[in-house]
Design a protein around this ligand. Structure first.
Ligand code: PLP
Length: 438
């Protein structure tokens, strides 16, 4: 292979936006263990999920078809920012003096600034078609909330968001963005649900967690009598499915570059941006193609993959959701209030957990100050300030590139730059002020 030696941005025209999502359930050597009903502990049926999700979303959650058509109405919205660029980090490579080729797939070009609209748009669309009036959700740092708020504005749905209190206080501009898109935002724990009231009774100063905010949003949706449904921004099979546009585009873009990755890297909170990048490459591997190393990076303060156990656990704090077999720290785990709010989830997607269990994916945990250091190095060379979540992938990409410098190997490294950090400047200011702890 003779990789392209001058091009920096590998771009595809709108006509190359993928027309199908890739479902890895069709190719895995053994099926991902099914979700279990929270009361009966029997495998959940599509009917069990009806109070929460639109019919087509439920169908996708259980599907084993390899390719699932992307609706035209969804592709029409994807055109606003897709295909996203694949960028060769040439200045970073020179700064590191590495023989490795380092690429990143940049999802910060969406209006919400991350990969999350890739699934927010289809979820809102399927709910619109099904007659839903309101979508309820939770958000940590606010990227998912702003993505769903935008999607609801496009498809004329009301949107109500429970935002983890620590982020509600730390990130007022994300809330401003959600409200600009027309959403109603409530700090969680709130007094408006039973789950929230119980948490406040136990600790009036509770800073909240994603697990608790999920309980509140699920409770609000189920209590709506059918007019409201729930939307989740990560973890579930259909969410990971929607994100596979990312990896499919990256494969085509690396073809333009005459290259193929040795290592794929992504930050993993619930696992969706990581999966979106790697699943299409793993399809190649599972069908007898080239093997690629994949590394899922998590914060050492919320280490579900590296320190959690692989067992059935609830998706939320109150135990309202089905149980999923996943790497988990326990559904009542409240992670420290690190700035990478999107990585503060106690569990991990069942599909990503299975990939780790099958040893297709290596998990790695990194402390937050090392991540911000990498984020600053990246910004000073590539100009983009990474989201605090994305700095976890940047850290490991830099570490792998430096390892290549030691060994002299010319590896090809591709990482997911899942979002920009333009709304997260307080986190960078705290880093510069030396007040961040590991
Ligand atoms: C939400 C978020 C993450 C973590 O979620 P995943 O589902 O693991 O991708 C990572 N990066 C950004 C920019 C996010 O907004």
């Amino acid at each position: 292979m003779s990789p392209d030696n001058t091009t920096t941005r590998f771009l595809l025209p709108e006509s190359r936006i993928p027309t199908t999502w890739y479902n890895i359930a069709a190719d895995l050597p053994k099926p991902v263990p099914p979700m279990l009903h929270p009361v009966t502990r029997e495998p959940v049926t599509p009917g069990d999920l009806e109070p929460l999700f639109a019919p087509q979303v439920i169908e996708q959650e259980f599907s084993t078809d390899a390719e699932i058509d992307i609706p035209g109405a969804v592709i029409d919205v994807y055109r606003q920012w897709r295909p996203s660029p694949l960028v060769r980090a040439r200045r970073l490579e020179r700064a590191l003096d590495t023989p490795a080729r380092v690429y990143f797939k940049y999802e910060g070009v969406s209006a919400a600034g991350s990969h999350k609209p890739n699934t927010a748009i289809p979820q809102a669309y399927y709910n619109k078609v099904a007659g839903t009036k309101t979508l309820m959700t939770e958000t940590g740092a606010g990227q998912w909330g702003s993505s769903l708020a935008m999607a609801c504005a496009y498809f004329d749905l009301a949107c109500e968001i429970y935002m983890v209190k620590v982020s509600y206080d730390q990130k007022p501009y994300r809330r401003g963005l959600m409200e600009t898109f027309g959403a109603k935002v409530t700090a969680s724990p709130s007094g408006s649900t039973e789950a929230g009231r119980a948490a406040l009774a136990a600790d009036p100063d509770a800073t909240g967690s994603l697990g608790l905010a999920i309980s509140e949003a699920v409770e609000a949706a189920v209590g709506s009598g059918g007019s409201a449904k729930y939307a989740l921004g990560s973890v579930l099979n259909h969410v990971l499915l929607h994100q596979t546009v990312v990896g499919q585009e990256a494969i085509a873009q690396l073809e333009l570059a005459d290259d193929y990755p040795d290592i794929l890297i992504g930050a993993a909170g619930g696992g969706s941006n990581f999966a979106g990048l790697v699943l299409p490459f793993l399809r190649d591997r599972l069908r007898g193609g080239r093997a690629v190393r994949t590394i899922a990076v998590e914060p050492s303060s919320c280490p579900s993959l590296t320190r959690g156990t692989y067992e059935y656990d609830f998706g939320d704090t109150a135990g309202l959701t089905p149980l999923a077999k996943m790497h988990t720290l326990g559904h009542d785990f409240v992670p420290p209030s690190i700035h990478a709010g999107g990585l503060r989830y106690h569990g991990m997607a069942p599909i990503v957990s299975a990939l780790v269990d099958l040893e297709y994916t290596e998990p790695r945990a990194v402390p937050q100050t090392a991540c911000f250091e990498a984020g600053v190095t990246f910004a000073r060379n590539e100009g983009i300030v990474p989201a605090p979540e994305s700095t976890h992938a940047v850290r490991v990409a830099i570490d792998e590139a430096l390892h290549c410098k030691e060994t002299g190997e010319e590896k090809t490294i591709l990482f997911s730059l899942s979002g920009h950090g333009n709304f997260d400047m307080q986190a960078y200011l705290d880093y510069f002020a030396g007040v961040l702890r590991d």
